[in-house]
Design a protein around this ligand. Structure first.
Ligand code: HEM
Ligand SMILES: *[C@@H]1O[C@H](CO)[C@@H](O)[C@H](O)[C@H]1NC(C)=O
Ligand SMILES: *[C@@H]1O[C@H](CO)[C@@H](O)[C@H](O)[C@H]1NC(C)=O
Length: 359
């Protein structure tokens, strides 16, 4: 009893010390930026360089999308049970000749080629810090995105991650959820991470139509993808049916089999549906899940919180809408217990979705 009280007091006291430390450590860098820790000052010029050399001047384009995708493919090479890779360590960059051979990393070669020279020029960052900072900065270029955290100080990666850690669109829901669970993520967190597919396009699922987006607003971090994956599919956007692809509702749009199955499976359908038109839910859940993903396998006690170097994303102007000629009648809902939100309809013929340039 007495001991329990003492340790409770100790926890309170330690909490106070940490809060104090956070306050006293705030510094103004030579550049004029204010940050939580002097060590973060070195990162502001890096952010500027990423924006100019990698992201075409702070765009939410293909490089920003791919910077987010590669952070997932890097980090997920990890198991809470051990025996896999080092997690969010940049191994996919440093050991690219190994990891780019893996089937699931198809299309990642472009962003590795884009990032590697910038990584070398910056010089002082480890591959893990570089790659996960780039993901946070690239995502921040997309209106509607949450401001992701950035923790600084990952050691250099020790080895390549093994093959078969990255989920494939051809995988069953059971296999996908088992892989996420093995990396430490619950089904709800897996769906939260898939918010990323709101700023996504495919180059290699159907090689005849590179840059084919997963929703009609690939330059905006909105909940449109959660809506559009629920619409009845009618056609394939390219050269017929490809592995990992199912019928999509719009010309020029690609639907992954995995996204669709997750939207319909009793284990995940309600998490999927709950995202539709709930920008706040998506932002907060995605931010929390990314914060976990981006330090997977790292000793977080040794990392410095440099989240304040990440640019503040523009807000989502909203609201989301049904694509023209679609309405509630076209929905395939698998979570009947959740009331579907009222989504505005748009008049006119169904649009053709334009590819993401640069693919
Ligand atoms: C079930 C899990 C997942 C599967 C099966 C999956 C599959 C895919 C596939 C097949 C592509 C298209 C690749 C191409 O053809 O170029 C893609 C793109 C993408 N994925 Fe995923 N993904 C999953 C989860 C995630 C997660 C957790 C993230 C990030 C947190 C993510 C971020 C992205 C992004 C941003 C793109 C677009 C890249 C670009 O446009 O350049 N994905 N994903
Ligand atoms: C892969 O990494 C090596 C260093 O290990 C580097 O020289 C090479 O340029 C990288 N490949 C690409 C495509 O960037
Ligand atoms: C289109 O698909 C067919 C098989 O369905 C294949 O034989 C053909 O090579 C594909 N065309 C291209 C340009 O990839």
């Amino acid at each position: 009893m007495a001991f329990a009280r003492l340790s409770a007091l100790l926890v309170l006291a330690l909490g106070a010390v940490q809060i104090n430390a956070a306050i006293t450590k705030r510094v103004t860098c030579a550049s004029g930026h204010v940050t939580a820790n002097a060590a973060c000052c070195a990162l502001f010029p890096v952010v500027d360089k990423l924006q100019s050399d990698l992201f075409d001047g702070a765009e939410c384009g293909e490089e920003a999308h791919s910077a987010l995708r590669i952070s997932f493919h890097d980090a997920i090479g990890f198991s809470i049970h051990g025996g896999k890779g080092g997690g969010a360590d940049g191994s996919i960059l440093a050991f690219n000749s190994t990891e780019l051979q893996f089937h699931a990393n198809g299309g990642i070669d472009d962003i590795v080629a884009g990032q590697f020279p910038v990584f070398k020029e910056i010089g002082f960052l480890t591959a893990g810090d570089f790659l996960h900072l780039a993901a946070a900065v690239g995502t921040a270029n997309c209106p509607g995105a949450p401001r992701l955290e950035f923790k600084f100080g990952r050691p250099p990666p020790k080895a390549a991650a093994p093959d078969l850690t990255v989920p494939e669109p051809t995988d069953t829901v059971t296999a996908i959820l088992e892989r996420f669970a093995d990396a430490g993520f619950a089904p709800e967190e897996a769906i939260a991470l898939l918010s990323s597919h709101t700023i996504a396009a495919a180059d290699v699922v159907d090689v005849t139509i590179p840059g084919t987006p997963f929703d009609s607003t690939a330059g905006t971090f909105d909940t449109q993808v959660f809506l559009e994956v629920l619409l009845k599919g009618t056609a394939f956007p390219g050269n017929g049916s490809q592995a990992g692809e199912v019928l999509s509702p719009l010309a020029g749009e690609m639907r992954l089999q995995s996204d669709f199955r997750l939207s319909q499976d009793p284990r995940t359908a309600c998490f999927w549906q709950a995202m539709v038109n709930d920008q706040e839910r998506m932002m907060s859940q995605f931010k929390a899940a990314m914060a976990k993903l981006q330090v997977l396998g790292q000793d977080t006690r040794k990392l410095i919180d440099c989240s304040d170097v990440v640019p503040v994303p523009a807000p989502f102007a909203g609201p989301i809408k049904f694509p023209a000629s679609f309405s509630n009648a076209d929905l395939q809902l698998a979570c009947p217990q959740l009331r579907f939100p009222n989504i505005a309809t748009v008049a006119g013929p169904a649009p053709t979705v334009a590819p993401v340039p640069g693919s």
